[in-house]
Design a protein around this ligand. Structure first.
Ligand code: CP
Ligand code: NVA
Length: 331
């Protein structure tokens, strides 16, 4: 069975841990796994498609595919027939005959679901309006590096709590057994369906979910503080209203005083200093955003290798995490 990664909960807690273990191994030994190198037959291709702009995702996937022995085929917005001249399903049926994995940044989550339903090769969500699950693998790897564990830690996310990052913090965080607190204004809190899914996963892992309009309630003693832009891609026309709406949810020095003394700060970037995060915090000693950005590379390489192995399309050598990933086949 082909495994896809469209939403954070597509990996169980054990599978997520396998991917993070493999990511840590690949960070130590960058070229140790080569699922896209076809022995004696050259290199396999991975399609990396963008309907929205990107720096980190584009560079980390292109570099990661090359590191894994493959050839990245990066397709920018408007450069293919997809979405305007040709359906998602027809596109998938063509791509699956040529490429080994499809990575796609797009708007509607339903498009990714349609791509996956029509593809015999893994499909990876490189950000949709609803989720950013690859970013969360990098964030979890970063937290683990700095805190030594995930389960039992408390993460507070402040700001636009109806966006893709809020949803993914909830789902990926509780999958790792974390206590995830999300704070935003009325009307910009997570969809109840996402909260229910997070609560159900938390019941399995020992994590927990808190949704609040009070930033102080979310921040109290938190081990990790995270935020994201108040104006996501596609929301540019709402910018003026949004900059007012979220003012009380900024991650600044006053907010950080309410978190644990040794709290770390995450931001997926791009960041807007003076809005969702102050310059002294993002450029200060508690910020780990540059580790977080680098970890996109290692986490996504592990994800691609794991999905190829779990789909029966490649083998993994016995690295820490790699053998366990292969056991996930057909799960
Ligand atoms: N964090 C993130 O996904 O960055 P890009 O939009 O630059 O890819
Ligand atoms: N919420 C942001 C994340 C950017 C990486 C957006 O969707 O634009």
């Amino acid at each position: 069975m082909t495994r896809h990664f469209l939403v954070d909960t597509d990996l169980t807690q054990a599978e997520q841990a396998q991917v993070l273990d493999l990511a840590a191994a690949l960070k130590q030994d960058r070229y140790a796994v080569q699922p896209y190198a076809a022995p004696g037959a050259g290199r396999k291709t991975v399609a990396v498609i963008f309907d929205k702009t990107s720096t980190r995702t584009r560079v980390s996937f292109a570099t990661g595919v090359a590191d894994l022995g493959g050839v990245p085929l990066v397709i920018g917005a408007g450069e293919s027939q997809l979405g305007h001249k040709e359906s998602v399903a027809d596109t998938a049926k063509v791509l699956e005959r040529m490429v080994s994995t499809i990575v796609w940044r797009t708007y509607a989550q339903s498009g990714l679901e349609e791509m996956a339903a029509n593809s015999s090769v893994p499909v990876i969500n490189a950000l949709s309006d609803d989720y950013h699950p690859c970013q969360l693998l990098a964030d979890l790897l970063t937290i683990r590096e700095h805190k030594g564990r995930l389960a039992g830690l408390t993460l507070a996310y402040l700001g636009d709590s109806a966006n893709n990052m809020a949803n993914s913090y909830l789902l990926a965080g509780v999958t790792a057994g974390m206590n995830v607190r999300v704070a935003g204004p009325v009307g910009f809190l997570p969809d109840p369906a996402v909260v229910d899914a997070a609560a159900a996963r938390a019941d399995e892992t020992g994590g927990s979910v808190m949704i609040t309009t009070d930033p102080a309630e979310a921040l109290a003693g938190a081990d990790v503080v995270a935020t994201d832009t108040w104006v996501s891609m596609g929301q540019e026309e709402e910018k003026a209203a949004r900059l007012e709406l979220f003012r009380d949810y900024a991650v600044d020095s006053a907010a950080m005083e309410q978190a644990a003394d040794d709290a770390i700060v995450l931001h997926c970037l791009p960041a807007y200093r003076g809005y969702e995060i102050s310059a002294d915090v993002i450029d200060g000693p508690q910020s780990v955003v540059w580790d977080e950005a680098e970890n996109r590379l290692h986490a996504q390489k592990a994800l691609m290798a794991w999905l190829m192995a779990a789909s029966g399309l490649a083998e993994l050598p016995s690295l820490p995490g790699a053998a366990a990933g292969a056991e996930g086949t057909g799960a």
